[in-house]
Design a protein around this ligand. Structure first.
Ligand code: 18C
Length: 259
């Protein structure tokens, strides 16, 4: 920062250091690393169950059809390649709650239950009702982290945001009648630069490509018809990824590059 007062926080943001003493820390650290490992596994060739369901330009979305007690919990794995933004910029807008309403179309209300640290929040979110099903809400921690190992060829950095449901807070739903969903989500992003260029060079946004992997598993928490759920997935996930990425591109286009 210009006046220096937040320099310590800035230096430690995304390292995990700021939340280390919290009761949830062990779980947060473990789930983030598990999810990162999972995000890095490809969808492979046929045979391990991943089916492509959206293929639009740079966006490729895969699902595995899975049910638990008759409820659809299909894991989703999506890839995108976004020109003109960095991994940190993508994660910043996905993580920071003040921007969420600008791109998240299924949201009715988002409450911060606890600011665990500048890079770790606890949220209660109420989502729009899909008639005639009950309204859903979600209580989850969210953590943003810089990853220092395992860079792909040509990548200069990796940032992730991981969201995971928790029972740590017993906060009830806002209107007392929501069904609680359980989600595990990771957005993992890598910044790529043209061959021969480094972060130390004078770069423009034309030099930036961000490779995004987004993985999600949502348990609807109560029975909902499989066909209706799969129809919602098929419509909402591509809509989310397109809307979110164009939002970030638009926010950053006249701003300095943030690594
Ligand atoms: O990851 C995303 N967003 C993050 C920040 O909000 C965070 C939240 C994820 C919540 C996903 C679950 C939302 C449930 C919403 C129910 C209503 C959806 C339809 C509304 C239509 C107007 O990680 C981006 C998330 C992208 C959203 C994808 C939608 C997934 C749908 C899951 C359905 C769950 C059960 C709905 C029950 C309805 C039964 C017919």
């Amino acid at each position: 920062t210009e006046n220096g007062e937040n320099d310590d926080v800035d230096a430690e943001f995304g390292t995990g250091a700021l939340a280390r003493s919290h009761d949830l820390w062990e779980e947060i650290d473990r789930v983030c690393l598990e999810q990162l490992h999972y995000a890095r596994q490809g969808v492979g060739q046929d045979g391990n169950g991943w089916q492509i369901f959206a293929d639009e330009g740079e966006i490729k979305m895969y699902k595995r059809e899975e049910e638990v007690n008759g409820m659809v919990v299909d894991p989703l794995k999506a890839y995108h390649s976004v020109k003109g933004v960095t991994a940190r910029e993508m994660c910043h807008y996905f993580f920071m709650p003040e921007f969420r309403n600008e791109w998240e179309t299924t949201l009715e209300d988002c409450t911060i239950l606890e600011k665990i640290s500048p890079d770790t929040y606890l949220f209660l979110q109420t989502h729009k009702r899909v008639w005639p099903a009950s309204q859903r809400d979600a209580l989850f921690w969210s953590h943003m982290r810089k990853i220092t190992d395992g860079l792909d060829e040509g990548a200069v950095d990796t940032w992730i945001v991981c969201n995971n449901s928790t029972n740590y807070s017993t906060q009830e739903s806002k209107n007392g009648k929501c069904v609680r969903i359980f989600l595990t989500v990771i957005m993992a992003c890598q910044t790529h630069l043209p061959p021969g260029k480094t972060k130390a060079d004078k770069l423009t946004r034309d030099d930036l490509t961000c490779k995004v992997t987004y993985c999600s598993v949502v348990n609807p928490g109560g029975w909902a018809p499989a066909s209706a759920l799969r129809a919602i997935y098929k419509r909402e996930y591509p809509k989310f990824l397109k809307r979110f990425t164009s939002y970030v591109i638009d926010q950053r286009k006249d701003q300095p590059i943030m690594f």
